[in-house]
Design a protein around this ligand. Structure first.
Ligand code: SAM
Length: 236
């Protein structure tokens, strides 16, 4: 992968960056995503934020090699601290991390979100809590996507600020409000695999005569919910 050949996952993330957006890609590593958007003429300005020195050095090398110094700014910073007022960022991309880390980054950088019109997020896990954070901070989910790249399933969540309160029920938080509506083939695959994992955990707990009934009930409730949704889908 490089800036001219994004992975299927990163390309799917890039596809949700609006034309002419001013983008902050947080945890950018090689800065491939903003570099690709700039080289394609889709955007004119971006910040590539990185907290770790190694990936930050990768960004600097990449930006110099591509001569993108005027339009792509590498910043060694934690989360949204990479964004400065003069950047006039309207779109934030955070991809390839756990949902709880993405949530933490958004939560700590709330002052930087005031002028943001779109969040393009690609959590590797922990989507429930991330959706909960979005809901609690009035971000409406406008697009959700499940895709498979190199044998791994990925979820993309695109959200925009809402003036009205945003409400999702437990089911929508778990499955994704839009993914739940669509219920595509990867949705079924994902939740069948999760149901198998939960079933296995419950069987092991029973065999070990576990006394952690709270945990067992929690897992069973989640399994019941998944089976209800998958079975409903099978009847369609
Ligand atoms: N975004 C790229 C992608 O999706 O391919 C790179 C993902 S890479 C797995 C995650 C990157 O996020 C790492 O380079 C890591 O250093 C960076 N990162 C982790 N926590 C961060 C934080 N709080 N602020 C900025 N970058 C962070």
């Amino acid at each position: 992968m490089d800036e001219r050949h994004l992975s299927k996952r990163l390309q799917a993330v890039a596809d949700w960056v609006p034309y002419n957006a001013r983008v902050a890609d947080i945890g950018s590593d090689h800065a491939y995503l903003p570099a690709a958007l700039l080289l394609n003429g889709r955007i004119k300005y971006a910040v590539a934020g990185e907290v770790a020195k190694g990936p930050f050095a990768n960004e600097e090398v990449e930006i110099t090699k591509l001569q993108l110094q005027d339009s792509l700014k590498p910043r060694l910073a934690d989360g949204l601290d990479a964004i400065q007022p003069d950047d006039h960022i309207d779109t934030i991309v955070i991809a390839g991390m756990g949902g709880s880390l993405i949530e933490e980054i958004l939560d700590r950088g709330q002052d930087k979100l005031k002028s943001v019109k779109r969040l393009v997020l690609q959590p590797n896990i922990g989507e429930f809590r991330l959706r909960q954070w979005l809901m609690n901070h009035r971000f409406q989910i406008m697009h959700e996507e499940l895709l498979k790249d190199d044998g791994h399933r990925y979820e993309i969540i695109v959200a925009q600020p809402s003036v009205c309160p945003v409400r999702y029920n437990q089911r929508e938080l778990l499955f994704g409000p839009l993914l739940l509506e669509q219920q595509g083939p990867l949705f079924k695959e994902k939740w069948q695999s999760e149901a198998g994992r939960l079933q296995q955990a419950l069987t092991q707990m029973a065999a070990a005569k576990s006394t952690d009934t709270d945990r067992q009930q929690q897992l069973q409730a989640k399994l019941d919910l998944i089976e209800e949704v998958i079975d409903h889908d099978n009847r369609k």
